[in-house]
Design a protein around this ligand. Structure first.
Ligand SMILES: Cc1cc2nc3c(=O)[nH]c(=O)nc-3n(C[C@H](O)[C@H](O)[C@H](O)COP(=O)(O)OP(=O)(O)OC[C@H]3O[C@@H](n4cnc5c(N)ncnc54)[C@H](O)[C@@H]3O)c2cc1C
Length: 432
C-alpha cells in the first residue's frame, strides 16, 4: 500500500487526507498541536463556492455571510465601500469548526498529534520521511502542509531548487485580537473597515464590528513592535468608538503574501498551502487555494502510480498554476507597488478616484485586471496633474499582466533547464 505523510494538519492537509484515504492510500497526518488546539478559534472569510467545489458537507459548520468591506487610504478622507449583493457574498466561517468537520470525515487516517516535525529525511536525492521529536517516520511521499515557516522546506538541499526562505515583502506580520464591544453603541454603516497603509506603515489594519466583539488586525510587512501596535490601536479606537476597553483574545501571526513559490515539488516531496502560495488578506484566498490545490494534488498522486519523482509530480504544479495560481502574480505586483508608493500618491489615488471600488475588488480578488481604452482616457483625465504616478500605475498593471502570462506558460513537462529558464523570466519582472 502506498504510504503518504501529510506534515501539518492545516485545512489543505486535512482535506487531502480525507480524499486520499478514500482512494485507498495509507495516510498519516503529523501535527505539532494537540487535537483540540488545531486551527484558530475565530471566523475567516472564504469564497462562497469553496465547500461546494470541494464537496465538503457544511451542515454543521458555524458560518455567516461575509460583511461588505470599506477601504480607507492613508491621508485621504474618502471611504470606498464594496457592496456585494447577499446572493453573491462570500462566507465567514469558524476555523476550528471547519477543522473539526474535516477531522471527523477522516476515518482511516492515522493522526499523530503533539509531534513536532524537525527536518526531512533525505536519501539518494529523494525525501523519504520526516524526523520529529518523537522519532522518525517514513513514507513514499511527504506532503508539506506546515505553513509559511516549514522546517521541511527550509532544510531541503540546494539541488531541490526550492526557495527555502521568504524574502522581505513576502510575509505579513500581524497582530490579531478580539476586543470587547461597547454594546450601547449602534452598528455603524461601515462594519468592516480596512485601512490601507495605516499610520503610514507598509501594511494594513482593520476593525470589524462583529456585534458582540470587535475583530482587530494590525499588520505590516516590516514587522510590528508593541509600541506600534499601541499607537495603531489608539488610532483605530478614535475612528471606531465601538471598540471597548478589554481584549477577549490576542496574538501575533505571520501570513505569506508573496506570489506562489516557483517550484512546489521535488522527488518524494510536495508543498501544499501556505508553505507554497500566498494568502490575499481581506479576500481570504488561503483556505480556498489550499482546498483547490489539495484536490488537484490528489489527482496527480493517483496518476503517479507510486512513482513520486519530480517529473511525475510536476503535473500538480502545472495544473495549480494554470488553474488559478497564475493570477496571484498580478496581485503580488500590485501589492508591492502599493507598499512602495509615496504616501502622497496613495491619498491622490483615493481622492481623485483613480482606482474605483470595482477595480479595487478585482485587484483584491486576483482576477485578471485590464483597462479598456475608455477607462484609460478617463484615468488620464483624473490623474493629469500627476502624470508620473499615472504612468507608474499603468506600468504596474501592465507588469502584472505580463507576469500572469509568463506564469501561465509554465513548461508542461519538467526538465531542469526549462524550469530555470521559465523561473528566470518570471523573476525578472519582479526586478523592474
Ligand atoms: C491572522 C490570519 C488571518 C487569516 N485570514 C484568512 C481568511 O480570512 N481567509 C483565508 O482563506 N485564509 C486566512 N488566513 C490564512 C489561512 O489560515 C491559511 O491560508 C490556510 O489555513 C491554509 O493553510 P495551510 O493549509 O497551509 O495550513 P495552516 O493552516 O498554515 O496549518 C499548518 C499546520 O501545520 C502545523 N505545523 C507547522 N509547523 C509544524 C511542525 N514543525 N510540526 C508539525 N506540525 C506543524 C501547524 O500547527 C498547523 O496546524 C489567515 C491567516 C492568519 C494567520
Amino acid at each position: 500500500m502506498t504510504s503518504i505523510i501529510i506534515a501539518g494538519a492545516g485545512v489543505g492537509g486535512l482535506y487531502l487526507a480525507w480524499i486520499l484515504e478514500r482512494k485507498g492510500y495509507d495516510v498519516t497526518v503529523i501535527e505539532k498541536n494537540s487535537r483540540d488546539q488545531i486551527s484558530y478559534d475565530w471566523h475567516d472569510d472564504v469564497e462562497r463556492n469553496t465547500f461546494v467545489e470541494a464537496d465538503i458537507p457544511i451542515d454543521n459548520l458555524d458560518y455567516h455571510l461575509k460583511q461588505d468591506w470599506s477601504f480607507l487610504m492613508f491621508g485621504s478622507k474618502n471611504v470606498t465601500r464594496i457592496s456585494i449583493p447577499d446572493d453573491l457574498k462570500d462566507l465567514s466561517i469558524h476555523r476550528r469548526s471547519l477543522a473539526k468537520i474535516l477531522l471527523s470525515q477522516c476515518l482511516n487516517t492515522k493522526f499523530l498529534f503533539s509531534h513536532l516535525i524537525q527536518k526531512p529525511i533525505i536519501k539518494d536525492s529523494c525525501v523519504i520521511g520526516v524526523t520529529t521529536n518523537n522519532g522518525n517516520f517514513f513514507a513514499d511521499l511527504v506532503i508539506d502542509n506546515c505553513g509559511y515557516n516549514s522546517p521541511l522546506r527550509s532544510q531541503l538541499p540546494d539541488e531541490a531548487l526550492i526557495k527555502q526562505d521568504y524574502s522581505e515583502e513576502d510575509v505579513f506580520y500581524v497582530y490579531r485580537a478580539f476586543w470587547e464591544r461597547k454594546n450601547d453603541l449602534e452598528r455603524a454603516f461601515h462594519t468592516n473597515k480596512a485601512y490601507l497603509r495605516h499610520m503610514g506603515r507598509k501594511g494594513i489594519s482593520w476593525a470589524i464590528d462583529k456585534n458582540s466583539e470587535v475583530d482587530i488586525l494590525i499588520g505590516s510587512i516590516e514587522g510590528i513592535s508593541d509600541k506600534e501596535i499601541d499607537e495603531a490601536l489608539i488610532d483605530l479606537k478614535n475612528d471606531n468608538p465601538i471598540i471597548g476597553e478589554k481584549t477577549i483574545s490576542e496574538g501575533k501571526y505571520v501570513i505569506p503574501v508573496s506570489s506562489p513559490i516557483r517550484k512546489m515539488i521535488w522527488n518524494g516531496y510536495v508543498l501544499l498551502g501556505d508553505s507554497a502560495f500566498m494568502t490575499i488578506p481581506m479576500l481570504g484566498s488561503g483556505i480556498h487555494s489550499s482546498l483547490r490545490c489539495g484536490k488537484i494534488l490528489s489527482e496527480t498522486i493517483v496518476k503517479c502510480e507510486c512513482n513520486f519523482q519530480q517529473e511525475n509530480l510536476w503535473d500538480y504544479q502545472v495544473r495549480c498554476y494554470k488553474d488559478f495560481l497564475y493570477q496571484h502574480f498580478a496581485v503580488d505586483i500590485m501589492k508591492r507597488w502599493l507598499l512602495k508608493a509615496k504616501l502622497t500618491d496613495i491619498s491622490f489615488i483615493s481622492d481623485k478616484g483613480l482606482v474605483n471600488a470595482e477595480e479595487m475588488a478585482l485587484v483584491a480578488s486576483g482576477k485578471p485586471f485590464e483597462l479598456s481604452f475608455c477607462s484609460m482616457i478617463k484615468k488620464a483625465r483624473q490623474g493629469f496633474s500627476n502624470p508620473g504616478l499615472l504612468i507608474s500605475l499603468l506600468n504596474t498593471l501592465n507588469n502584472g499582466k505580463r507576469a500572469m502570462k509568463i506564469a501561465n506558460r509554465i513548461p508542461s513537462v519538467y526538465s531542469e533547464k526549462d524550469f530555470l529558464k521559465w523561473e528566470n523570466k518570471l523573476n525578472t519582472i519582479f526586478m523592474n
